[in-house]
Design a protein around this ligand. Sequence first.
Ligand code: GRF
Length: 203
Amino acid sequence: MRKKIAVFASGFGSNLQALIDFNTTGDLGGDIVLVFSNESKAFALKRAEKHKIRSAFIDPSGFASRQDFEVEILKILKEEKIDLIVLAGYMFLLTPLLIGEYRNRILNIHPALLPSFEGTHGIKDAFEYGVRLSGVTVHFVDEELDRGPIIMQAPVFIGQDDSLDNFEEKIHQVEHKIYPQAVKLFCGDRLRIKGRKVEILPE
Ligand code: GRF
């Protein structure tokens, strides 16, 4: 059965675009049927409209708690019979409610090699620390921020002459390559979580 995918994004949505493009030239094994945002101005919503994908914005400030906000999100996810949530630059913390409802069915991409440089500034933090090697991590989401079981990692080297801008550009290029691969593995039922480790099953 093809998976129904919801992409959550708060901003530019270049990873969303990479997933959409992958499904044009290849096959994720699932369809992006919903793009959700907590930001009305997120460019990701425009991308969804352009590709005739349902877009949904809900303003979190209209709710007494993050749980109440998620109850509304869950209604849309149920309506669309979503199998997988892909976080792509979603800058709003999930609560145990949504994480529990979608246990082992939420993926996130982080622009550093976890567990190094967790948090919202993974690219800048790695660059300023002076590491020679950073990269990208795709992981399952659990209750601990940036700590869920790791599906895939890819390296990005920081050269002597790299500026923060071109290092960032290199990170994004790698993200756009590996996120679709990880989503495809999920959609093909090829990921098995064993404790902290994720086993990739053969085709
Ligand atoms: C990416 O760098 C991703 O790793 C991080 O947020 C950024 C989102 O970029 N979680 P975009 O909105 O997909 O262009």
